[in-house]
Every structure is written in structure tokens, then in C-alpha cells.
Ligand binder design. Structure first.
Ligand code: ZN
Length: 265
């Protein structure tokens, strides 16, 4: 897939000449992450008004610029991958994820969508204790193995009547937890790409998790975190749905939550 993103324009042109031909049928369970090994995976925090309002009691809302963190690429997983429950404070965040299709350096807002290969559904799974400890660890708390489900496929922008206004929601075992529209993004996809590409080079295949609306577990009363055996379903209008089961971890070390370097031998 990385080679497809590296030659995205060529790929699109080749596919266009084959219109009318259908791909082979597939089973949902066969699908993996559309960009499985992005060179960069970027997260955006505090990017829906509804979410900023629910957080506002604890933290100041952003002033003119979004919170950016690394959601390290090794956490990216597929649309039906299990999510490992590394603690009892693992939270959900449904997000629109943009995948870069052309190297972006200093692109304007107007040029930004031309640099996007497509969009997909994502979950910015977050271990809240690590994320919000005294010395906050956004990047690590959101980058545990299995913490970045994406998919179920990449939708190109021409498939969407308005890529900036899609319903977005997530459910746990059929109970609605988050619901909004992407037009409520404070910094939309074009603005994020313009801002990011002014500072860093965005590369084909890179993923940008654009932020989550209100309803996350940590900010509910009482808090509502993910539990073993539950199924998290995340959907965006026109982009499909992820379905991820919450499982006991198979690959989790005792030190993984403490983040205390003095304990590491
Ligand atoms: Zn997030």
C-alpha cells in the first residue's frame, strides 16, 4: 500500500482507465488498515467545539492553533482489529482520518484537498492515566499497540458530496456514545494540512487523526471506559464503519502504565 500512496497520481490514472471493471469480491474480515505503515501519524486534540466545551472545566480551550501530538505509526491497525485493554481507563475517540496522497510542503488551504488521497474512519484509543499524568504523555498514552484502528477502506474525495460535512458517531455494544458532524471541526482538514505543511513535510500515506467530538468516556459522570468483551463501532457517513472488539492484552508489560524510567532495568 505504501507504494500505491507513493505513486498515487499514477495509480488514480490507471484505475480511471479501468472504469466499468469491478474488483474481486471480498469479505469484510479480510480488510486491513488502508495505510498500514504510515511514515508519520499525527493526532489533533481539542478540535470540536462540543469536545472543547466538555473539557473546558479542566483545561483551557485552544487559542488559534490546534493541539498536535504523535500517534506513533506502530499503533495503526485495521477496521476489525481487536483493541487491547491495557488498563481500566482505556477510552474511545471516533475521528475522521485523512490520508496524504501527495507530498505537502507549504500548501495553501485552497490546495490542501488536492494533497489528500482519501479519508476514512479512525479511533484514537487513549489510555487516560498515562495521557493525563502530571507530566502529560499524549503521544505515548495514545500509541499503545492496537490503539489506532482505521478503515474500513479509503474513500476518495470525489465520492463525497461535501467532504467537510459528514455525520460521525460511535457506539459501544449498540449504545450511542458520540455523535456529531465533521462541519463542527474547529480546524477542518484543509486548515490542518495548511498549518502542518507550513512546519513539516507531509508524505504520501501519512495519516492525520483530526480530533474527536464530545461524548468520550473520561468526561462522562461517572466516567465510562471500555470493558473487556465489548464491541466498539465507529461510523462516518459515506465512509463505512469500524468494528473493534475489546480484549485482554496479550503483549502488555507490567511497566507499561507506570511510565517510571527508574523501574526499567
Ligand atoms: Zn483524539
Amino acid at each position: 500500500m505504501q507504494q500505491v500512496f507513493d505513486r498515487w497520481d499514477e495509480f488514480r490514472a490507471a484505475v480511471a482507465t479501468r472504469s466499468g471493471q469491478r474488483g474481486r469480491p471480498f469479505k469484510d474480515a479480510e480488510l486491513l488498515a488502508p495505510s498500514p505503515f504510515p511514515r508519520q501519524s499525527i493526532g489533533v486534540g481539542f478540535n470540536y467545539d462540543s469536545h472543547v466545551s466538555e473539557v473546558a472545566g479542566n483545561m483551557a480551550p485552544p487559542a488559534g492553533a490546534p493541539l498536535i501530538f504523535a500517534k506513533f505509526a506502530s499503533c495503526v491497525s485495521g477496521p476489525y482489529a481487536d483493541i487491547e485493554l491495557v488498563s481500566d481507563t482505556v477510552d474511545f475517540e471516533v475521528e475522521l482520518v485523512a490520508v496524504i496522497g501527495r507530498t505537502a510542503i507549504n500548501v495553501t488551504r485552497e490546495q490542501a484537498w488536492e494533497h489528500v488521497a482519501g479519508v476514512m474512519v479512525g479511533q484514537d484509543i487513549s489510555e487516560r492515566c498515562v495521557q493525563q499524568q502530571a507530566s502529560p504523555q499524549h503521544s505515548i498514552g495514545k500509541s499503545y499497540r492496537t490503539f489506532g484502528p482505521t478503515g474500513p477502506w479509503l474513500t476518495t474525495i470525489d465520492e463525497l458530496p461535501d467532504p467537510d460535512d459528514l455525520s460521525i458517531e460511535c457506539e459501544i455494544d449498540g449504545t450511542m456514545m458520540q455523535r456529531d458532524r465533521t462541519r463542527s471541526l474547529i480546524f477542518d482538514v484543509s486548515q490542518l494540512i495548511a498549518m502542518l505543511s507550513a512546519m513539516m513535510t507531509l508524505l504520501p500515506g501519512d495519516v492525520i487523526f483530526t480530533g474527536t467530538p464530545s461524548g468520550v468516556g473520561a468526561l462522562r459522570t461517572p466516567p465510562r471506559y471500555l470493558r473487556e468483551g465489548e464491541v466498539l463501532t465507529s461510523s462516518i457517513e459515506g465512509l463505512g464503519s469500524l468494528s473493534n472488539r475489546i480484549v485482554r492484552p496479550t503483549s502488555f508489560g507490567k511497566l507499561a502504565l507506570s511510565w517510571r524510567p527508574e523501574l526499567i532495568k
